[in-house]
Design a protein around this ligand. Structure first.
Ligand code: AMP
Ligand code: ZN
Ligand code: ZN
Length: 415
């Protein structure tokens, strides 16, 4: 049911006054019968992947709706931190998912592949959209979005499927279409979908390689299948497509052994890759810092308190005392891993986790459907700004967040 004209006018008047004083837009109604909202994340899809002939579905959505020139990922430009930022509007420094690999004195260790750890609510220190929506009485569905396997305040999405790379894309789309077009008591008003194929191919083959472009085409076609199914069922739906970060090419041989950065007897390595976290062992703080702090060939290191302010990172207790940022295209790995990959010839040809302002890290944002204006191109913005838009579309109160609710108002037909 579309919003009543009186409500629309009141909303618009309220919004104009609020926009003038830099506040959040007034939420819409939280009814289950407003247009559905589908949020799709295509992991590792670079902003420049659109409009190259690989993405007819995404290009059609962008033409009929709004898109960003690009969206800036939050630091670090890794999958789990950024997905929880998109779902909460908080920086990783504030929502607690500070890296794909973390250590917490009470909870132990977190790694992406550990499904049991992901189900522990304590890792996720904020209320994601689906929790707020369920609390407001909306039916939600989540396919594999990082964070959704943990009950937050004992609330889980009504429909949920955990990450499982073995489920074929078409089967996923058909199941999700079932959530969106099912009988009204269980019909989802909000669905969030995470898709890993483009990231996987980007790492294995590089961002511009033929198999990566093939993965982009497959994901685009699958999304087309889902949209067609929902359309055929006569369901009005807004669609927001994002990515969490881009993908940089990794040239042959661009690896360092993390043991050459700090001796293992002197420092614990909390995370490796592009954002290396190190905790000096007691008594070794001074020499580890003396060796690491500052600029080196292919990386630079900071004390956590000295990380540049533009990265909004360094205060959360889970961030180790020293953070080293690799230069674009470089990775720091355990010596054993480097040796094994050398022997197998299996080094990654693509990576992310580099400076969020690097062009290669630019992410996708596009939005289309009854709530959005057609043909709008928005200047770049931070991915923290997506959450207040989605909360507004769902008609639920936004939790405290780090985004700017005004950024995306120009994309809305009737803010
Ligand atoms: P990364 O590239 O290290 O940031 O992690 C993203 C990759 O992890 C994806 O390409 C998937 O293959 C994988 N992945 C994503 N979500 C999960 C999950 N919930 N459990 C296990 N693996 C996942
Ligand atoms: Zn990712
Ligand atoms: Zn990745």
């Amino acid at each position: 049911m579309p919003p009543r004209p009186l409500f629309r006018t009141a909303c618009l008047a309220l919004l104009l006054s609020l926009a003038g004083c830099a506040a959040s837009p007034a939420p819409r109604t939280g009814a289950n019968d407003a247009p559905a909202l589908l949020l799709v994340s295509i992991d590792g899809l670079r902003a420049d992947a659109l409009g190259r002939g690989d993405t007819p579905t995404l290009d059609r959505l962008a033409a009929r709706g709004a898109r960003a020139q690009w969206m800036r990922p939050s630091y670090p430009a890794l999958t789990f931190p950024n997905h929880f930022t998109l779902a909460t509007g908080l920086r990783p420094d504030r929502h607690g998912v500070v890296h794909n690999t973390m250590r917490d004195p009470a909870l132990g260790r977190f790694v992406v592949a550990d499904a049991a750890a992901a189900r522990v609510p304590g890792w996720w220190q904020a209320q994601p959209l689906w929790t707020g929506a369920e609390r407001a009485g909306l039916v939600t569905g989540v396919w594999a979005w990082p964070g959704a396997s943990a009950p937050i305040d004992a609330i889980v999405p009504r429909h949920f499927h955990p990450f499982d790379a073995a489920v074929p894309l078409d089967e996923r789309m058909d199941r999700i279409a079932g959530w969106l077009a099912g009988p009204p008591p269980t019909r989802a008003r909000f669905v969030a979908v995470y898709l890993e194929q483009v990231d996987k191919a980007g790492h294995d083959f590089g961002p511009d390689a033929a198999p990566t472009r093939e993965a982009i085409r497959r994901v685009d076609a699958a999304l087309g299948r889902l949209l067609a199914a929902v359309d055929t069922a006569g369901i009005a739906m807004d669609v927001v497509v994002v990515s969490d970060h881009g993908m940089a090419a990794v040239p042959e041989g661009h690896y360092l052994a993390v043991e050459d950065m700090a001796a293992m007897e002197e420092a614990e390595v909390v995370s490796v890759g592009q954002v290396v976290g190190l905790a000096p062992r007691p008594g070794h703080e001074a020499q580890v810092q003396a060796r690491l702090l500052g600029r080196h060939p292919h990386y630079q290191c900071w004390r956590k308190a000295d990380i540049p302010a533009r990265l909004h990172y360094g205060s959360h207790p889970r961030i180790p005392p020293l953070v080293c940022q690799m230069d674009e295209g470089w990775n720091a790995l355990p010596r054993q891993t480097v040796a094994r990959r050398n022997a197998e010839g299996s080094h990654d040809r693509g990576a992310h986790g580099y400076d969020p302002d690097a062009p290669s890290m630019r992410a996708v944002f596009l939005a289309s459907g009854p709530s959005f204006v057609a043909g709008k191109v928005l200047p770049p913005f931070d991915n923290t700004d997506v959450y207040p838009l989605l909360a507004h579309l769902l008609g639920i109160a936004a939790q405290p967040h780090d985004g700017d609710a005004r950024t995306l108002l120009p994309a809305l037909r009737e803010p």
